[in-house]
Design a protein around this ligand. Structure first.
Ligand SMILES: Cc1cc2nc3c(=O)[nH]c(=O)nc-3n(C[C@H](O)[C@H](O)[C@H](O)COP(=O)(O)O)c2cc1C
Length: 333
């Protein structure tokens, strides 16, 4: 049964697509912690069509991740059309089109945020995709930035065009391509878009805490929020958010809960990728899990040389346990 737009966008918390981070195991972790909607990492339409660059593997997901969207990037509407059909064989709940990626390798092919400078091509991509999805009742979202650079901010016009082309919902990360990830995202552009278009708007950019999320909802009137870097090494932010939605209170996540999630993450990585690859790929995640913790840098260095899962987890456990506040403020045990 197909999912409704409302089920995807009414006060939902989306996990942002993060290439190299939100792979199959991490999406399951985020879903278990409370993410409402998850999206694949960006997948090249050419890669998917010609089965290159492990593209099909990137698009795979577990049923428990639903609602799940496959995010595609590319610049040729005809290739898009064919690739969407391949993506649909995996039965995602929706398709998302990336029009925000600022990375050179992508924009030099006219894809990602480069499409914000070629709105006619962007329009054709969305309408071709919509033609395929519409009879199947499968929603389509488009994710983009505020524009190419500070002199060509066009998120409003671009969003209006995407709506006209057939997008059912849009996600705005209001930084320009030129900004990459520097500076602050301009939430006023999310508010402007929300006011002017009829389809749901998902607000994205710089949500690190629950307070940020509350402020984004208030300042922009967005329908849903999407969180990326704020959950790197902190998937339990989703748990806090869901607790907050149900109780109105912000609960601290205990050390034991965090460790349980980290162990589960390692377990899922091993299940999906085998021990050797899991240990290797978990180094990136451990660099986030240990960031900002007292003694974190030393533990990171050690983990990067270790191959034994139990030893790695023990180190992380010790690190987390030493972060706990002393029971008595005067330092007595
Ligand atoms: C490491 C990394 C990988 C990313 N990969 C993707 C991607 O594959 N697709 C995409 O649309 N955006 C990607 N983004 C952008 C994020 O989805 C998000 O729009 C951006 O980080 C702003 O949100 P945040 O402030 O919550 O992180 C990536 C960002 C980072 C930091």
């Amino acid at each position: 049964m197909s999912i409704t737009i409302e089920e995807l966008t009414k006060n939902k918390v989306w996990l942002a697509p993060l290439a190299g981070i939100t792979d199959n195991p991490y999406r399951t972790i985020c879903k278990e912690c409370g993410a409402d909607v998850v999206v694949s990492e960006m997948i090249s339409v050419d890669g998917l069509l010609y089965n290159r660059d492990r593209s099909l593997e990137y698009a795979q997901f577990e049923d428990q991740q639903r609602p799940f969207g496959i995010q595609l990037f590319g610049s040729d509407p005809k290739v898009f059309k064919k690739a969407v059909k391949v993506a649909l064989t995996l039965k995602p709940d929706f398709i998302d089109i990336n029009m925000g990626c600022p990375v050179k390798k992508v924009i030099k092919r006219g894809a990602g945020s480069a499409l914000m400078t070629t709105p006619d091509i962007a329009f054709a991509i969305v309408s071709e995709t919509k033609n395929i999805l519409s009879p199947l009742n499968i929603p389509l979202s488009v994710k983009f930035r505020s524009g190419w650079d500070i002199n060509s901010i066009n998120s409003l016009e671009f969003g209006q065009q995407m709506q006209k082309a057939g997008a059912d919902m849009i996600c705005l990360h209001p930084r320009t391509r030129g900004q990459m990830f520097s500076g602050k995202s301009n939430w006023e552009l999310i508010a402007e878009l929300k006011k002017e278009i009829d389809i749901p708007v998902i607000g994205n950019g710089d949500i690190i805490t629950i307070d940020d999320m509350i402020t984004m909802y208030k300042q922009t009137g967005c329908d849903s929020v999407m969180i990326g870097r704020g959950i790197m090494g902190k998937p339990w932010l989703f748990t806090q958010i869901q607790d907050y939605f149900s109780s109105g209170k912000i609960r601290q996540i205990t050390t034991e809960e965090k460790l349980e999630i980290i162990r589960r993450h390692m377990e899922l990585m091993i299940f999906h990728k085998g021990e050797k690859q899991a240990v290797y790929e978990m180094r990136t995640h451990f660099s986030h899990y240990t960031k900002g913790l007292r003694g974190g840098a030393m533990v990171r260095n050690k983990i990067n040389k270790l191959h034994d899962v139990d030893k790695i987890l023990l180190l992380v456990e010790k690190l987390y346990k030493t972060q706990e506040e002393p029971k008595e403020k005067d330092g007595r045990p």
